[in-house]
Write a new protein. Structure first.
Length: 238
């Protein structure tokens, strides 16, 4: 972790036009949650379905894509990353620092609004806000790591990431049982299911598998991004 890189990354991520999307997505979620609550009493099952479908299924993947590619993608596109790579800083430290900043943004713009949405809909009933707060944070961190890695590997990371979020997570993993075992969303749902025993949250994988998968993807993707930064520096030197 490097404090200087963290500050520069946060400034670049939050100071660009993409920050409007980071604010707009959770605001839309909160607005819809408020609208649902105004219609009358909301059951915990309805609240869980909303958080599962909208917060975890749509907002968090898009936030992960915007943040994961945004923490390093612009620097690679304009070539300024080479100045950073020219400093005596280990490449894994750069990748880890950018991941930590990204995970922090996911916590702020993804997990916190999920918790607030849960409280708006049903209050603290059955620990629903906490459960989906943990689930969205875990899923968001995994998405950030994946899309950070993609941004280092290819300049088409935004397109590939969007296809992954829309096609794989939403369509394929939502319809094909076997594919669900390779879905970040399904892994996160297993966490929510465990933390809300009184509510039926449909998860297709077990808790142990989900925790190992989320941790493994997050760590391995971040580590691989650090390794690829080494070859990126060599390519730039050439």
């Amino acid at each position: 972790m490097n404090a200087t890189i963290a500050a520069l990354t946060a400034r670049g991520l939050l100071g660009r036009r993409r920050s409007l999307l980071l604010i707009a997505l959770p605001m839309v979620q909160l607005f819809i949650a408020g609208g649902i609550r105004l219609t009358g009493e909301v059951s915990t099952e309805t609240s869980a379905m909303f958080l599962q479908t909208f917060a975890l299924g749509a907002v968090v993947p898009l936030l992960g894509l915007i943040i994961g590619t945004g923490v390093i993608g612009p620097e690679i596109d304009d070539g300024s990353i080479l100045y950073l790579l020219g400093k005596p800083i280990r490449r894994p430290v750069i990748a880890v620092t950018k991941f930590v900043v990204g995970a922090g943004c996911v916590a702020l713009f993804g997990a916190l609004p999920a918790v607030i949405s849960g409280f708006i809909l049903t209050g603290p009933a059955d620990d629903l806000p906490l459960a989906f707060g943990v689930a969205t944070l875990a899923a968001g961190a995994a998405y950030v790591a994946l899309f950070l890695m993609l941004a280092v590997i290819t300049r088409q990371a935004a397109v590939i990431g969007l296809l992954y979020a829309l096609v794989w997570e939403t369509l394929i993993a939502g319809l094909i049982p076997g594919a669900q075992r390779l879905s970040v969303r399904q892994w996160a749902l297993a966490l929510a299911d465990r933390l809300t025993p009184e509510i039926s949250v449909v998860a297709t994988v077990g808790l142990t598998v989900a925790v190992l998968a989320l941790a493994g993807v997050t760590v391995l993707a971040t580590a691989y991004a650090g390794l690829r930064l080494r070859s990126l520096a060599l390519a730039g030197d050439e």
